[in-house]
Design a protein around this ligand. Structure first.
Ligand SMILES: Cc1ncc(COP(=O)(O)O)c(C=O)c1O
Length: 372
């Protein structure tokens, strides 16, 4: 049975559904890369830190990458007694939290030299790394480009000198965004190789930002890791988020009103861009399943924001109030960024496994009230 055939009035709407078979498929693909390259796989939990999903991932990941104390605590709890790595890099490391972060994380990549100087003597017991900025932009939009001018993310490699590198065991970089090929990684490694050969680090973390399932060039990735490992005796980590969880996530919504505005059909649905803010932030239209036909309609969220529009789609038949719609490929950076703006509840959470929908979470008014 397919997930689409589970849509029904009994399904509480709106809801995020995470397809566990699809999760296993994404992890299976990355596992084959792990085997082919020997690289270690961390899940970047910022994309979606849903504990029940992190537990499902455990056998197929080598650990987690985190960005804060709370993420570090969660990753540590999920790993429990299992061995695994927890990597952190963030401009937001705070003096009052660092001792605990250092105890929870196995690898810390300092984001700036001043951050390192301020914090390195506060705690020990972790493998010390630096986040470097390769200064190679792969994106036209500076809002998402870690290598933009005056970037806050990582140390300019031109600024590194031997004084900074005593007892540095690893390097981290992250300079791609939803990339479906590895040309930027190739160029970055070419640029970094002389630095790497000088420093000879024990490990390198290549960051996230690649959609491994969408590329036809996985061989290129395998060749690059192979190339790196032939030149340096180095442990390689990758830390994808979206590539693991993006395609596993669906958003179910129900049409609650339909009318014409300036000659166009408007379908108001029981979700909004506040349940997947990147629709508004990136002005990108999510994929609506089964939307093919000749009848155009605008799918609009139920909040007060005029620009709360999920997209304009073409239908066989324009849906009616009560009909359910299903958005695909919305597993990453959606629920984690979702808010209850306008007092609309957060979507339910379901897992789809063994052809069944299992409700994992339902939020209620008391949680809203407690929050405020
Ligand atoms: C340092 C770092 N690592 C990993 C990731 C995960 O990226 P993605 O979900 O695009 O794979 C991000 C995303 O912002 C990041 O900033």
């Amino acid at each position: 049975m397919k997930l689409t055939s589970c849509l029904s009035a009994e399904l509480h709407s709106p809801a995020f559904i995470y397809d566990i078979d699809q999760l296993r498929e994404s992890l299976g693909l990355l596992d084959s890369l792990r085997i082919a390259t020997g690289c270690k796989l961390l899940y970047s939990i910022k994309a979606l830190p849903l504990t029940a999903l992190l537990k499902q991932m455990l056998p197929l990941v080598d650990g987690f990458s985190v960005s804060s104390l709370f993420e570090a605590r969660l990753a540590h709890e999920v790993l429990a007694k299992q061995t695994g790595s927890i990597h952190i890099t963030t401009p937001g490391l705070r003096l009052d939290e660092f001792e605990e972060i250092a105890a929870l994380c196995t690898h810390v990549s300092f984001n700036s030299l001043s951050q390192m100087q301020r914090l390195e003597s506060v705690a020990s017991g972790f493998s010390k790394g630096l986040r470097i900025n390769p200064k190679l932009s792969a994106l036209a939009d500076p809002r998402f480009d870690p290598c933009r001018q005056h970037s806050k993310l990582g140390i300019d490699i031109a600024q590194l000198n031997p004084d900074h590198l005593t007892d540095i065991e690893g390097l981290h970089f992250h300079n791609s965004f939803a990339a479906e090929d590895f040309y930027n990684l190739d160029k970055t490694l070419q640029k970094l190789l002389p630095v790497l050969q000088k420093i000879n680090p024990k490990w390198i973390n290549l960051g996230g930002g690649y959609i491994f399932s969408e590329t036809s060039e996985l061989n290129h990735f395998v060749e690059l890791i192979d190339y790196l490992k032939r030149r340096l005796d180095i442990e390689v980590f990758i830390e994808p988020g979206k590539s693991i969880i993006g395609r596993c996530g669906y958003l179910v919504t129900t049409v609650i009103d339909k009318f014409i505005s300036d000659g166009k059909a408007i379908l108001v649905v029981d979700t909004s861009v506040n349940h997947h803010p990147e629709i508004f932030e990136y002005q990108k239209q999510p994929q609506l399943l089964a939307a093919t036909g000749a009848h155009q309609a605008i799918v609009a969220g139920s909040s007060c924001l005029a620009g709360d529009i999920l997209g304009e789609y073409a239908f066989d038949r324009i849906p009616e109030p009560g009909d359910q719609l299903l958005f695909a490929d919305v597993g990453a950076y959606s629920l984690i960024k979702a808010s209850r703006f306008n007092g609309y509840n957060l979507p339910d959470v379901y897992f789809f496994e063994d052809n069944q929908l299992i409700n994992i979470k339902r939020y209620d008014y008391l949680q809203y009230r407690d929050h405020w």
